[in-house]
Design a binder for this molecule. Structure first.
Ligand code: MG
Length: 379
């Protein structure tokens, strides 16, 4: 084993082939609905396969929350991967820092495109080292970690009624999708909060959906409720204005997509918790950098991605499980929301909690029959 490890590490490894596949991920609940009437019933996910001259193969995934959430969309992921892939053939996938700097030089912006490639390279590095990715990201904290359940936007009584079912599945943290009509949202928050039991946590996530005057009304109307307020308005500045006029614990998500704004938000005390989505930052390398900075700054985190299936859920598990427990506010198990399994070995939710695989790399094996023929194939 040690000899294999040293042999592999002493050889510069080269990327030989990059392929990208499209997989449709329908939802068990039919549709996922959030602020401003936005809704998705089938997610467009892209899975990347990177083959090396050493025979090792790595996989990554990127799955935007539709084309109207962040500046990202399914066909854009594949177009970006097709653009980058020819530049990456012959490069060493295990030198993650160098690879990311090279990707940033070859293609400006488009962090979500790079996320799946970076994830696949971490899968390869873990296999080379013979350890799970969470070991490379800092080590495993505890036996497992805590998950939240998103409550899709519905009429207030329906959302409240959905809590019992999720609690029966083991969830103790609930994220309520608001960001609609403020009067209805006040009802939604009050109706769901009335269902909460001791030790449970409730987040009202507006996903940028309120104007400042609407957000101001909502936070005042629920001032007596024990609820976190997440990303009430579109811009960072609007959110900061609301943050300064409410005493609810405050979460920022969509506005925080890189180190510059994370540092600014910390210096302006703009949040108590930040949502780190892997593809929003551009992959595990950059999400881990942001995670480690948050730990140094004392900021708790939700660790997840925009959406995804088995491979993204595995990557989330490695980043979340390697986050100090007290800093992990919560994480997401997207593979339990969707009806299609794209990989064997992916972590599975148990009693509202999850654990990263102990197998080398991401610990997943894609189901090639589900992936079908690649839409991008560069060698
Ligand atoms: Mg959010």
């Amino acid at each position: 084993m040690a000899e294999t490890f040293l042999n592999k590490m002493s050889l510069p490894m080269k990327i030989q082939r990059i392929a990208a596949y499209k997989v449709n991920l329908p939802l068990h609940e039919g549709s996922y609905d959030w602020s401003g009437g936005k809704s998705v019933s089938v997610f467009d996910s892209t899975i990347v396969r990177i083959e090396t001259d050493a025979g090792l193969v790595g996989h990554g995934e990127v799955c935007p929350l539709g084309p109207f959430y962040l500046p990202a969309y399914g066909p854009g992921a594949r177009a970006g991967i097709a653009e980058l892939a020819p530049h990456l053939i012959g490069r060493d996938p295990t030198e993650l820092g160098r690879l990311n700097r090279f990707m940033d030089a070859a293609l400006k912006g488009h962090p979500y495109v790079k996320s799946a490639i970076d994830m696949a390279c971490w899968d390869i590095l873990g296999q080379v080292a013979g350890v799970p990715v969470c070991a490379l990201l800092g080590g495993r904290y505890g036996n497992d970690f805590v998950l939240y359940r998103a409550i899709s936007q519905r009429p207030p009584d329906e959302m409240a009624a959905n809590v019992a079912g999720y609690r029966a599945e083991g969830y103790r943290r609930f994220q309520l999708k608001v960001g609609g009509d403020p009067d209805t949202d006040i009802e939604r928050i009050r109706a769901v909060a009335a269902e909460m039991q001791l030790g449970e946590k409730l987040v009202a996530d507006a996903n940028t959906g309120w104007l400042m005057h609407e957000a101001a009304r909502v936070v005042r109307a629920v001032r007596d409720v024990d609820v976190y307020i997440e990303q009430p308005c579109l811009s960072y500045e609007e959110c900061l204005a609301i943050r300064r006029r409410t005493d609810h614990p405050f979460v920022l998500d969509e506005s925080i997509d890189g180190m510059d704004i994370l540092l600014r938000a910390n210096s302006e005390q703009a949040m108590d918790v930040v949502n780190i989505k892997i593809s929003k930052f551009g992959g595990l390398t950059k999400a881990c950098q942001a995670r480690d900075l948050c730990v140094s700054l004392g900021i708790a985190m939700t660790i997840e991605d925009s959406w995804g299936g088995d491979i993204i859920t595995a990557a989330i598990a490695h980043l979340a499980h390697s986050t100090p427990t007290e800093f992990l506010f919560t994480a997401t198990d997207f593979n339990s929301y969707v009806t299609v399994s794209t990989a064997e070995g992916a972590p599975q939710r148990a009693k509202g909690r999850m654990a990263a695989s102990t197998a080398p790399g991401l610990g997943i094996t894609p189901r090639m029959d589900v992936l079908g023929d690649p839409l991008v194939d560069v060698s």
